[in-house]
Write a protein that binds this ligand. Structure first.
Ligand code: G6P
Length: 609
């Protein structure tokens, strides 16, 4: 979703803004723009479409000249993605320019207010009101002006504001949308996300809700909502810039699929010790665990699918009842949450608006908040009681891969920890599952080595399919959810997922000769039942691709293709299995010539509700 970059220093701003915006492309966008201040004048370039268009009209950043500026990639919410609606938006006199990520919910009221004061509007956006409000309230003191502006806004915002009265300083503010300040040598930055400026700095100040920053080349002053100065300790990002480069892979998605063994190792290995599971940043005591009578897992998208798997695993091991909800539904269904509830909030970015809102609701209702987050210092992490960081490194492709598998591994660690604390797992099972978890990188490596050619071949045969049905039972059903989502989001093939036993209650009416069915039959306990469901679709003419841990003659006889995965643990196999589903989706999308890393209409970090 929208990306913001700001720069002030000694270098030319435009190329730095373009580079930063290119690092934010992964967030999803459909237009872009920048404003640079020089000699008291603000010059803007904006364009609908890809960033390459902004690069073209600015001659790769050789114009506009100036050493201070703000840039933006826009994911349209209010108004079509065209040149006029692109950010920055400029005030009536042209003295102030604004970039914004978020939604101003009361923009119509503000528009009316400003229209009565003589301002007129050129765009359909909610953001334009902020530019005019800044001009309306300007009193020579930009921090005070911005304080008045943000007090008028309802909704969410991360803002970058350029004022022609401040030749070296730009301003930033945030509420419920991500924004960090990057600290350089005689130059400073703002960005929606750290990768945007990692090539210039790894030192950051994390802005909190309600804060306003005045960013100059030699200083960054941050104020709270009462205009009191706030002291912050810089945060040093461990990610380095190469983690945000493709390194020879054709797409970030493929690179990130191949990074999974490393990411899983980083997430799991040091946390399994001879003395038990050590979850750093989790202060839950055994006594507190004993009081937990319900776990609510809440997340969006693939993180929700990780949560569906987590439910199977955590319930099985800890015997604590677990519910998994989509964050946008959890909030509106009067969930039963008490001070004995543990809310497990899963988010790769830590900035997903619905997830954050669900976290706040669960907290209000008394739950303890344990989050599983990838981005250190993100909003979800900062608002949680306990955080278990996945150590996936930066994930750039919109469709998550290593973000998801490390979430699953983290949930497995949580399940083991709870089971151990409650004394509900015997030593033998505990050791076996620990070994299986430590063996996950190896299991994924085997899929990458052994199954890739077959997956490429199958993808080349079926890439022109119109529909696909993913079926499975138990944890295999959770995998079906993720397999179907991966396929539809990057290849645009219509894909549905069903609990295998449920298909015959309606959807089987769609199965006809040639319908593509991906049957996940990895769980040995449920194999016989899933095989019956495969027979049901096969006898109606479906083409069946089966994923299994151990192929049998019976399965081979029924299916058109059988993908046999490496042997791995009875509980942990989903991580290896999903790797095959990710590759399947990737090679199909690649054969269809899709924009794999930036699928249409999607955003990596969904910061609006
Ligand atoms: C978006 C992304 C998905 C992701 C979901 C949740 O929809 O495209 O890949 O699973 O957001 O994101 P989060 O950062 O909260 O895990």
């Amino acid at each position: 979703m929208c990306g913001i970059v700001g720069y002030t220093g000694r270098r030319q701003a435009a190329p730095i803004l373009l580079e930063g915006l290119s690092k934010l492309e992964y967030r999803g966008y459909d237009s872009s723009g920048m404003a640079v201040l020089s000699g008291g004048n603000i010059t803007m370039y904006k364009s609908g479409g890809r960033l390459s268009e902004l690069k073209r009209i600015t001659d790769n950043g050789s114009r506009p000249a100036g050493t201070i500026g703000i840039g933006h990639t826009r994911w349209a919410t209010h108004g079509a993605p065209n040149d006029v609606n692109s950010h920055p938006h400029i005030s009536k006199s042209g003295k102030f320019a604004v970039v914004h990520n978020g939604i101003i919910e009361n923009y119509l009221d503000l528009k009316l207010f400003l229209t009565e004061k003589g301002f007129s509007f050129v765009s359909e956006t909610d953001t334009e009101v902020i530019a005019h409000l800044t001009e309306y309230y300007y009193n020579g003191d930009m921090v005070e002006t911005l304080r008045k502006v943000v007090n008028k806004l309802n909704g969410s915002y991360a803002l970058g504001v350029l004022s022609c009265y401040s030749p070296e300083t730009f301003y930033a503010a945030r509420k419920d949308s991500p924004l960090v300040v990057g600290l350089g040598e005689r130059e400073n930055f703002i960005a929606s996300d750290m990768p945007a400026v990692l090539s210039s700095t790894r030192r950051f100040l994390l802005m909190d809700d309600g804060e306003i920053a005045a960013v100059s080349p030699d200083s960054v002053l941050i104020y709270n909502a009462n205009r009191e100065p706030v002291e912050k300790t810089p945060f040093i990002a461990e990610w380095d810039i190469s983690a945000a480069e493709k390194n020879g892979f054709p797409h970030f998605m493929l690179k990130e699929i191949f990074e999974q063994p490393h990411a899983l190792d980083a997430t799991v290995r040091t946390r399994i010790t001879d003395g038990g599971i050590i979850l750093d940043n989790i202060a839950l005591t055994d006594e507190q665990i004993a009081r937990i009578d319900r776990i609510c897992i809440v997340a969006c998208g693939s993180a929700y699918h990780a949560g569906v798997l987590g439910k199977y695993f955590i319930e099985k091991l800890s015997r604590i009842p677990v519910e998994t909800d989509v964050a946008s539904e959890f909030r509106y269904r009067s969930p039963i949450v008490t001070d004995r509830t543990l809310a497990v909030i899963i988010s790769q970015s830590g900035e997903t608006a619905d997830t954050l809102a669900a976290l706040r609701q669960a907290r209000k209702l008394g739950a303890r908040i344990l989050s599983v987050v990838n981005v250190v210092g993100s909003s979800v992490a900062r608002e949680s009681d306990d955080v278990l960081y996945t150590r996936a490194g930066p994930e750039i492709a919109v469709a998550t891969t290593k973000g998801y598998t490390t979430q699953v591994a983290a949930l497995m660690l949580i399940g083991l920890k709870l089971a151990q604390a409650l004394d509900r797992i015997d030593e033998k099972d505990y050791k076996r599952i620990c070994n299986d978890l430590i063996g996950l990188p190896e299991a994924v490596n085997k899929v990458l080595e052994n199954n890739i050619q077959q997956l490429q071949f199958i993808a080349s045969k079926y890439y022109s399919a119109d529909d696909a049905y993913f079926i499975g039972r138990g944890a295999d059903y959770a995998l079906a959810l993720e397999g179907a989502l991966k396929l539809k989001e990057i290849s645009y093939i219509h894909a549905e997922s069903y609990a295998a036993g449920e298909l015959k209650h309606g959807t089987i009416s769609l199965i006809e000769k040639g319908s593509l069915v991906v049957a996940i039959a990895c769980d040995d306990r449920l194999f016989g039942k899933t095989l019956s469901n495969i027979k049901e679709v096969k006898s109606r003419g479906a083409t069946v691709i089966a994923l299994c841990s151990d192929s049998s003659d019976a399965l081979r006889a029924e299916c058109d293709h059988v993908i046999e995965l490496p042997q791995c643990g009875a509980e942990t196999y989903p991580v290896a299995a999903v790797t095959a589903l990710q590759l399947f989706a990737y090679y199909i999308a690649s054969a269809r010539g899709c924009d794999i890393d930036k699928p249409r209409n999607l955003a990596k970090s969904v910061t609006v509700e």
